[in-house]
Design a protein around this ligand. Structure first.
Ligand code: ADP
Ligand code: MG
Length: 452
């Protein structure tokens, strides 16, 4: 039924709308009273469906079931979601591509089945270099240029979403261009294949497969921890490749030393080449990454929007890119201009707002930032800088706390809710155009977040 409805909906929407918001949905339940529970893979999709597409979906379903329906949208749990449609990749990943061998049809049979495909986008040319990844990038480049001569193995570690997989694929693209047999594989898949071979008593085949490659790229090697037979087999594979002067590149979310349940002999092999880390990017690098990403977007992204995202999303490049993609999607499909205000709104949904910011903190930090007293903010003065600080406090209180308008007004010297609403709107508009004011508001918020 849901598939039929989806087919029908596809005909009624722009393809991009359908792909972005409908594709990952699932019908989870239909209750006796005609309530359809529809799961979507991200909270943004849930909101979008609720706010924009619900009437169309309801109409369509009603046609199919022949009676009135009501809709509930909910976030899909990881276990509801079919494996390839991970929520993270919902917006950012193109469909999986088959691996392409540079020699086209002449490629040996085994290369088609070995390992995982390389993402075409993950090349050195799309990798932005900054202080946080300079060493890892230089090492990867050296390995790609002179496999098995520069560093062997190369071990790259760092937190999630910082570019490890990107660098491994970039190396793979280059070595394939050189005609080297290159296998990229996640250690999870490596382990699964080995277990399957052990089950069918075919470990010899496994050995031959991986021992015939020129460049072996193993991603997320930390998953090998605690898996003894995999470690055993990998140890031998590693030694064979290394002795034959073949390049090995490993990535992990932590340094070899910090992988518990890793055999000592493997650990010392991992540390035998070059170990380097990727750190979270600094502000400048985040801006550069967003600028590059912005150029591939279907609509123009104002530089204030890039700055705002770069300031707010600090830890992880995947989230940084995801934030931009979502903001653009909201603007594009909602037919709204891509503004600072829209970005603020979307980011607020993406980033978990600290829950313990209260009115007093907002008032104190705002007063401090503008160099006025808390009494001034609560008082009657209409002096320009005090009035501005007061309105900024109203804006931040509304944005960053759960306080009702009336409560905000009361905390600011007994003003009524329409005054608060007006103050909020005035600042929301002003920061669109006024760079200086926007920076001030961001600075205060930064301090509130750091304090909470
Ligand atoms: P990891 O494997 O470390 O978890 P990924 O390599 O999957 O991270 O990177 C996450 C996303 O961020 C990818 O889309 C990748 O292209 C992008 N990315 C990471 N580092 C950079 C960079 N320095 N320049 C451009 N894009 C980057
Ligand atoms: Mg990765």
């Amino acid at each position: 039924l849901w598939n039929a409805a989806l087919g029908d909906l596809q005909l009624q929407m722009a393809p991009s709308t359908f792909d972005t918001w409908m594709k990952g949905t699932q019908l989870l339940d239909v209750s006796d009273d005609g309530t359809f529970v529809i799961g979507a893979p991200t909270i943004y999709a849930v909101e979008w469906l609720q706010n924009r597409l619900a009437p169309l979906i309801a109409q369509t379903l009603e046609r199919h079931v022949g009676k009135p329906v009501s809709l509930t949208f909910t976030l899909l749990k990881q276990s509801d979601t079919p494996p390839p449609e991970s929520t993270e990749d919902f917006f950012t990943m193109p469909a999986p591509q088959p691996s392409v061998h540079p020699n086209g049809s002449k490629s040996p049979e085994q290369e088609e089945v070995l390992g995982d495909p390389l993402q075409p986008r993950y090349t050195f040319s799309t990798f932005i270099v900054g202080a946080s990844n300079r060493l890892a990038h230089a090492a990867a480049l050296a390995v790609a240029e002179r496999p098995a001569q520069a560093y062997n193995p190369l071990f790259i570690y760092g937190g999630v979403g910082l570019g490890k997989t990107h660098l491994l694929h970039a190396i793979g693209h280059e070595t394939r261009k050189k005609g080297l047999r290159t296998v990229y594989i996640t250690s999870e898949r490596f382990t699964n294949e080995l277990i399957a071979d052990i089950r069918t008593q075919n470990t010899e085949a496994f050995r031959q497969r991986y021992r015939n490659v020129d460049v072996l790229l193993i991603d997320d090697i930390q998953f090998i921890a605690g898996k003894e037979s995999t470690q055993e087999e990998f140890f031998h594979t590693f030694n064979t490749l290394h002795a034959a002067n073949k390049q090995i590149v490993l990535s992990s979310d932590r340094p070899p030393r910090a992988i518990v349940l890793l055999e000592e002999r493997l650990r010392s092999r991992f540390e035998g080449g070059l170990v380097c880390d990727i750190a979270p990017p600094d502000l400048e690098t985040r801006i550069a990454i967003l600028q590059a990403k912005a150029e591939t977007q279907p609509i123009r992204v104002p530089s204030q929007v890039i700055q705002l995202i770069a300031q707010r999303v600090q830890s992880n490049i995947r989230e940084l890119e995801g934030a931009l993609t979502r903001v653009v999607a909201y603007a594009q499909f909602g037919h709204q201009p891509l503004t600072v205000e829209l970005t603020e709104r979307v980011l607020r949904d993406i980033l978990d707002r600290p829950t313990n910011i209260d009115l007093d903190m907002v008032i104190q930090e705002t007063a401090r930032h503008f160099g006025v007293s808390v009494e001034d903010l609560k008082g009657k003065s209409r002096r320009k800088e005090i009035a501005l600080a007061r309105q900024v406090a109203m804006y931040l209180a509304r944005e960053e706390t759960d306080a009702a308008l009336a409560a905000i007004g009361a905390a600011l010297g007994g003003r009524d809710h329409s005054t608060v609403l007006y103050g909020h709107e005035k600042i929301a508009k002003a920061i669109e155009a006024d760079d200086q004011l926007r920076r001030e508001v961001l600075t205060i918020r930064e301090r509130l977040y750091n304090k909470s």
